[in-house]
Design a protein around this ligand. Structure first.
Ligand code: DX5
Ligand code: ZN
Length: 234
């Protein structure tokens, strides 16, 4: 199970300190939300910030591009220190060349899907990706309420992974707290992006530890079986 605190919920006036805090929290990934004010109605930060915080963390940097033109951003984020770059399936025809470009930069590939988009859109790409990032809120802002109707998508992603013998991570992003993380783990998620749900506590380490216990306890039996074969665990 992977816990991925989202820097979007950190104190932007103290990014070095916040990045160090995540690094020491026991989390495996740092999730970095990039918003362009066009694909979503908010602007967050660009490659310069990723580059600036990179020296303060050894964690796996998961860069989530909520951007209309990711093609102009892939190289800058790869150079800035991304380990994985997530693009959105809503970009349609651009998805295949974007996946190739991310691979050619030597980075892991994440594919993200918004709540209103059908899972049929991601199915053709499943064998080409390292992570399926299922949005459990409409992207753009931290602190929104989890959309329960997205849970069947997690079950679908889990069934496809098992039936097609694939090994992408199933990540959830948005409104993930101690309750919804358990529900998502039960549905089959293995990677939990959380902003407010962990940064909202005085001790990030305790929040990450608590979330990990909850998702491990709620993990599907068949996930544990897969995990025993060494499947999926990072
Ligand atoms: C939503 C972003 C999320 C965000 C989650 O647009 O993609 O990663 O940081 O924030 P919380 O956990 O506060 O919903
Ligand atoms: Zn995100």
């Amino acid at each position: 199970m992977i816990i991925a605190p989202s820097l979007l919920a950190a104190n932007f006036a103290r990014l070095e300190k916040e990045t160090r805090r995540v690094n020491a929290s026991g989390a495996e990934w740092l999730h970095l939300d990039v918003m362009d004010g066009h694909f979503v109605q908010n602007i967050s930060f660009g490659p310069a910030i990723v580059k600036a915080v990179r020296p303060f963390s050894k964690l796996f940097f998961d860069v989530h591009l909520m951007c209309s033109k990711p093609e102009i951003l892939l190289e800058p984020f790869a150079k800035a220190g991304a380990d994985q770059i997530d693009i959105h399936v809503e970009l349609g025809d651009q998805v295949t060349p974007l996946i190739w470009k991310i691979r050619s930069l030597g980075k892991k590939v994440g594919l993200s899907i918004n709540p209103p988009t059908s899972m049929a859109a991601v199915e053709p790409f499943l064998s080409q990706i390292d992570c399926l990032l299922i949005m459990t809120v409409n992207p753009g802002f931290g602190g929104q309420a989890f959309i329960t109707e997205t849970l069947p998508k997690i079950q679908q992603a889990f069934a496809w992974r098992r039936d097609k013998n694939l090994n992408y991570h199933i990540a959830v992003d948005g409104g993930i707290n101690f309750i919804t993380a358990g529900e998502c783990a039960h549905a089959g998620a293995d990677t939990f992006v959380a902003g407010t749900g962990v940064f909202g506590f005085p001790s990030l380490t305790r929040a990450v530890t608590k979330m990990r216990k909850i998702v491990e306890k709620n993990a599907r039996e068949d996930f544990k079986f897969d995990a025993s074969k060494g499947f999926l665990l990072a």
